[in-house]
Design a protein around this ligand. Structure first.
Ligand SMILES: *[C@@H]1O[C@H](CO)[C@@H](O)[C@H](O)[C@H]1NC(C)=O
Ligand SMILES: *[C@@H]1O[C@H](CO)[C@@H](O)[C@H](O)[C@H]1NC(C)=O
Length: 424
């Protein structure tokens, strides 16, 4: 009886012990139990594919958040994105039925194998989140990661149409060490712009993906290329460079060709033209300082400013020439007939009769004989002075109109060209 009793007691004890152990086990969260089970023999440096030859397909789905800066001069683009990847880790699977139907757990990103997907154009990537942050792991081994990044990439900008330029930056993602037979990146069906914040200076035109193959070092790599197309918003450059250049040139033209001025103010006019030239040179310098030093063409805005500089320079040259003509009467030079024709004035006051010269000298003799101090030649030079004045004033007005129209035409052509490039 005592033997049976002690046996029952022992069995009871064993039973209690088992229950106790089971109790202790069920006290652990099921996630922990799953984690302990799947990570038991896990080595995160091993590519998680049970078949050596089967490539792991990695879905790339970067979500563009915003442009941080675009440096045309340094040929770099900095943006913030959430870089998301999804793949299947065949070593991290479990049967949900055996674990209370739990189908997904969160594990630390630092604990699992990560595909070595690189952005080939990147010059700097700042990771804004932590390596210890969690990733979602499904029972079938699907892992989804999302990394918050600040990315700077090198990009070949084309500034020929500046400030109406459209840029196309290609971002290529590829595995760094595993070739196409080990890792196969592929893009999501649609690129994600849901969280995109509009930039003040640039308008995002498109963000598209395509798959490329690249041969490197005798190995074939699969690349996912994203084309980022964006257009500059030109108003800032139009208001701070384009219109000032137009206004300065117009002022210079008006100032340089204002008629009815004395010789002294004519000299001032040339000075005025030179000052306008200097101002334009400063504008041009500011524009070129924003451009890459080795650009393969002059930007549209630069061309405009250079044309305006040439217009002012030629106008100043004409003004100088006119200043010279203005003083021509002093040497008694008669107004050439071509200038009279151009300015629509005719030699009506010049004597047509060849005998007139003799008549004038005879008249002068008579005046001298009468003892009067009048010089007919002086009167003649006075008349010549007036004729020269009229001609140079007319020339001024004509040049003013011609240059003003020229300036307007150049401005309109450049603006229309820019608009056409913008709409392309
Ligand atoms: C951007 O450039 C790439 C190659 O340089 C080209 O394949 C792609 O079509 C371009 N994208 C756009 C939107 O023009
Ligand atoms: C992407 O497209 C393929 C084929 O068109 C389709 O089978 C797949 O379900 C799509 N994936 C998503 C996430 O929409």
């Amino acid at each position: 009886m005592s033997i049976i009793g002690s046996l029952i007691a022992t069995l009871h004890c064993v039973f209690l012990l088992t229950v106790c152990q089971a109790d202790a086990q069920s006290a652990k969260p099921v996630q922990q139990i799953i984690k302990e089970a799947i990570f038991q023999n896990y080595d995160k440096s091993i590519r998680p594919s049970k078949s050596v030859n089967a490539p792991i397909k990695v879905l790339l789905n970067p979500a563009l958040y915003s442009f941080v800066s675009v440096s045309i001069a340094e040929q770099t683009l900095t943006f913030k994105q959430w870089f998301r990847m999804r793949w299947k880790d065949e070593f991290l699977t479990w049967n949900p039925a055996a674990y209370n139907g739990v189908t997904s757990i969160m594990v630390s990103r630092a604990d699992v194998w990560l595909p070595d997907i690189m952005l080939l154009e990147a010059t700097e990537i700042i990771q804004l989140d932590d390596e210890q942050y969690a990733v979602a792991l499904q029972y079938d081994g699907s892992i989804a990661t999302s990394v918050d990044q600040l990315v700077t990439v090198h990009c070949q900008f084309d500034v020929v149409d500046f400030p109406y330029d459209t840029q196309n930056c290609t971002l290529r993602y590829s595995s760094w060490m595993y070739d196409a037979s080990y890792i196969n990146p592929y893009p999501n069906n649609r690129t994600d712009l849901d969280a995109y914040c509009e930039n003040d200076e640039w308008t995002l035109r498109s963000f598209t993906s395509r798959i490329k193959q690249m041969q490197a070092d005798g190995m074939l790599f699969v690349e996912v290329a994203y084309d980022l197309k964006f257009t500059r918003k030109p108003p800032y450059y139009i208001t701070s460079f384009f219109w000032p250049a137009f206004i300065i040139t117009s002022m210079a033209i008006v100032g340089v060709f204002t008629p009815y001025s004395e010789s002294g103010s004519r000299v001032e006019k040339v000075t005025f033209g030179l000052t306008a030239l200097l101002t334009m040179a400063v504008i041009l310098m500011i524009i070129t300082s924003e451009m890459p030093k080795s650009s393969n063409g002059i930007p549209l805005l630069g061309i405009y400013v250079i044309i305006e500089i040439v217009v002012i320079a030629v106008a100043t040259l004409f003004a100088t020439l006119n200043l010279h003509l203005h003083k021509a009467w002093m040497s008694g030079t008669p107004v050439p007939s071509c200038l009279l024709a151009i300015t629509c004035q005719y030699r009506s006051k010049t004597p047509k009769n060849p005998n007139a010269v003799e008549l004038i000298s005879a008249a002068q003799k008579a005046i001298d004989n009468a003892g009067l101090n009048i010089n007919i030649n002086n009167m003649k030079s006075e008349e010549l002075h007036e004729q020269w004045m009229r001609v140079t004033d007319r020339l001024d007005i004509m040049l003013l109109i011609i240059f003003f129209i020229l300036n307007c035409i150049v401005t309109a052509v450049i603006l229309l060209t820019g608009q056409a490039k913008l709409e392309k």
